[in-house]
Design a protein around this ligand. Structure first.
Ligand code: ADP
Ligand code: MG
Length: 245
């Protein structure tokens, strides 16, 4: 069974058909890159998988269970995590406290148990930070970190909920080219270890063709092609519509 199965998903905004009959499948442990020009419908697709937008038609299955149109919180509870284009950390908290906050957000009795919970979740936060190589900086305020390091803290925060599927919409936006590859290499390692699926959008072709297991190409709301990086790079229609080579 596929971890994620998206079938014939469509969404229009007024007269704009943002996404039209898009189907995608993703296995556990796999990285699928969704690429395409600006306005192609990538974020709209993400938002329909994550529950931020209800599709006009089509279906989203997670491990065979229908999650179509469920609200974001319900989708999150079923194991779908998200990172955002602009890193969402608390600048005044330390690196470790940010991850402890993310761990706490899985706790329903957040206010009652705040003090006790933060004390014994510190070791869990450090373990997550070690996975992204940030444990040595656990006690620095996030405001002091380089942007690439903030993105790694954000990845640790997303992992706090132990997602089966991680949605990353332009995770490397604003980063230097070398940092981009490093972040997605790290994400790939973690995805393999945890058997976590990752759906991501990315403009850097170095990252897409170097790190993704499969690539899906959206153009004007429609899926133009889907396949291995090698097959997509060699596809004449993709070259004409998007890669410009
Ligand atoms: P991408 O992420 O690939 O750049 P989007 O999914 O953001 O593309 O947008 C796809 C199309 O849908 C664009 O034409 C965009 O202007 C339109 N669109 C996206 N979100 C909205 C919205 N909330 N209201 C109206 N139009 C939107
Ligand atoms: Mg977008």
């Amino acid at each position: 069974m596929n971890l994620l199965q998206v079938t014939n998903l469509s969404k229009a905004f007024g007269g704009v058909q943002a996404v039209q009959n898009v189907s995608l499948a993703l296995q556990a442990g796999e990285l699928l890159a969704l690429i395409g020009p600006n306005g192609a419908g990538k974020s709209t697709t993400f938002n329909m998988v994550g529950g931020q937008l209800a599709p006009d038609s089509g279906q989203v299955l997670l491990n065979g269970q229908d999650i179509t149109g469920l609200p974001p919180r319900a989708v999150w509870r079923r194991g779908v995590g998200r990172t955002f284009q602009v890193a969402q950390t608390f600048a005044t908290l330390t690196v470790s406290e940010n991850v402890q906050m993310a761990l706490l957000s899985t706790d329903r009795r957040i206010f009652h148990w705040w003090r006790r919970a933060t004390a014994h979740r510190r070791s869990d936060a450090l373990a997550l930070l070690a996975q992204v190589g940030m444990d040595a900086q656990a006690d620095r305020p996030c405001s002091e970190l380089a942007y690439g390091d903030v993105k790694r803290v954000e990845l640790a925060m997303a992992l706090a909920h132990n997602p089966q599927l991680l949605l990353m919409d332009e995770p490397t936006a604003g980063m230097a080219p070398g940092e981009r590859v490093a972040l997605m290499q790290l994400t790939r390692q973690i995805a393999r270890q945890r058997r976590m699926g990752v759906l991501f959008t990315e403009h850097s072709m170095d990252v897409v063709f170097g790190q993704a297991d499969r690539v899906a190409v959206l153009v004007r709301g429609q899926l133009l092609a889907e396949g291995t990086p090698q097959a997509i790079r060699a596809d004449a229609r993709v070259q004409q519509a998007y890669l410009g080579t």
